[in-house]
Design a protein around this ligand. Structure first.
Ligand code: PMP
Length: 299
């Protein structure tokens, strides 16, 4: 592969040249929206769903994306082609753009649009085999009526504080509760618990992003005949679960084997998690927007 090329406001530039203004309100204020997307085997998984969520986030914060759905689809697939990538993590960012030092978005005439694609495994590969340990942290999920978790904005300070707490505890990820103490989600992933073959994940209103991986896992679980429900639950329910796992585009599906010092089930990835993981891996290979012509895809 040649040099990594990044899409930046209408052109492809080398990584070292991919720079935005220090007056960009994405930089100054976290004013913007983004998506994390993955392609598997040259298929972009659930691209339409990601773009829908991006447009919804943008509409919610009154940011007008200067591209049509089709244009953004092409920009994403072209970024993969330029970088000759089939399996990649894709970051699509639309910030408010460069303005003045004031908060007012009216000073920003042109949003910045950025697409970065590269190979990425969020956690070290070995952890996908063994499962991970997590802790619940003091940082609470921002309330839905303050900044809706449905808006995937560039303001990730809430999540970053969670990640800092995870780092301090020496674990790779942490669990956020909402302001009422109910389980919400991880710093960048959704949580599922399994008890007696029944799967539970917190509903969006508890403070979880309605993750696209979460949606896919819910679909797969239902298809496979598992009892699956969105439900409000507490840390206690997590501690006594037979299995716990996290889902996210970057994280994919990863088992959790210890929470706040409590060993989950047998302390290894459980049968339901493994079963869903196999189906998920199958699904992502087949499903999605094709990046390359079919004959290349078969290579
Ligand atoms: N929650 C948060 C806070 C996230 O940042 C992410 C990653 N986008 C997720 C959940 C998982 O969502 P998805 O499966 O759509 O990547």
């Amino acid at each position: 592969m040649g040099e990594q090329m990044i899409y930046l406001n209408g052109e492809f530039v080398k990584k070292e040249d991919a720079k935005v203004s220090v007056y960009d309100h994405g930089f100054l204020y976290g004013d913007g929206v983004f998506e994390g997307i993955r392609s598997y085997n040259g298929n972009v998984f659930r691209l339409e769903e990601h773009l829908e969520r991006l447009y919804d986030s943008a509409k919610s914060v009154m940011l007008e994306i200067p591209h049509t759905f089709e244009e953004l689809t092409n920009i994403v697939t072209e970024t993969l082609r330029r970088n000759e990538l089939r399996d990649a993590y894709i970051r699509l960012v639309v910030s408010r753009g460069a303005g003045n030092l004031g908060l007012d978005p009216l000073s920003c005439p042109r949003p910045s649009v950025i697409v970065i694609a590269e190979a990425l495994s969020l956690f070290p590969k070995a952890l996908y085999e063994t499962g991970i340990e997590i802790v619940s942290v003091a940082t609470r999920r921002s309330r839905s009526d303050v900044l809706s978790p449905k808006v995937k904005s560039l303001n990730y300070m809430n999540n970053i504080l969670v990640k800092i707490e995870a780092n301090l505890a020496g674990v790779p990820e942490a669990l956020m509760l909402n302001d009422q103490g109910y389980v919400a989600e991880g710093s960048a992933d959704n949580i599922f618990i399994v008890r007696k073959n029944k799967l539970l994940t917190p509903p969006g209103y508890v403070g979880a992003l309605e993750g696209i991986t979460r949606n896919a896992i819910m679909e797969v679980a239902k298809e496979k005949g598992y009892d699956m429900e969105e439900a409000v639950f507490t840390r206690h329910d997590v501690y006594v679960a037979d299995e716990v796992f996290l889902t996210g585009t970057a994280a994919e599906v990863i088992a959790v084997v210890k929470v706040d010092g409590r060993v989950i089930g047998d302390g290894v990835p459980g049968p339901v998690t493994n079963d869903l993981l196999v189906s998920f891996r199958q699904l992502v290979q087949e499903d999605g927007v094709k990046v390359y012509a079919d004959h290349l895809n078969a290579v």
